[in-house]
Design a protein around this ligand. Structure first.
Ligand code: FE2
Length: 153
């Protein structure tokens, strides 16, 4: 988990580094995925570069909106800042619009957040890896159903 806007948490970079000391792709594991759950695109992008060449994929989550920056980083790690949510995009990050709009405009809670229940879009990233190194050879966004423009690898 990222720390920007979400303190107090342990240092995610040190935590990932400690795990990557234990596991090495191509020597005991075939692939590795880092899900960086964070608010800030900058922190997620920094984690991508921090892990470049050491894992198959770094993909962000938590901000609920798929980003358009799927790429393979210079040392071979696939990366996308946020995978996006699986949910109804006629919403405020998956919640029925009424209460979030109320809180943003009136600054006073008026009830509970309720999930939006319209047609859902499934968002994901598709990654192919090299069997020998575990590094990425391809990344493409996947968006199926619901309101968002469809994308298939
Ligand atoms: Fe989250």
């Amino acid at each position: 988990m990222g720390r920007v806007f979400m303190d107090p948490l342990d240092d995610p970079f040190a935590a990932v580094d400690a795990e990557l000391q234990k596991y090495r792709m191509g020597a005991g594991i075939d692939a590795a995925i880092v899900d960086i759950h964070g608010e800030a695109t900058s922190e997620k992008m920094a984690m991508g570069h921090f892990c470049d060449g050491r894992v198959s994929l770094v993909c962000g989550t938590h901000s609920h909106v798929p980003t358009a920056d799927a790429q393979i980083l210079p040392k071979g790690t696939a990366y996308q800042t946020d995978a996006g949510m699986c949910g109804d995009y006629n919403s405020v990050i998956g919640m029925d619009k009424a209460e979030p709009l109320n809180r943003f405009t009136r600054k006073v809670p008026g009830g509970r957040f309720e999930p939006a229940n319209g047609d859902a879009t499934l968002c994901a990233v598709y990654v192919e890896t090299d069997d020998r190194t575990g590094l990425a050879t391809r990344i493409a966004p996947l968006r199926l159903g619901g309101r968002l423009q469809q994308a298939t690898p």
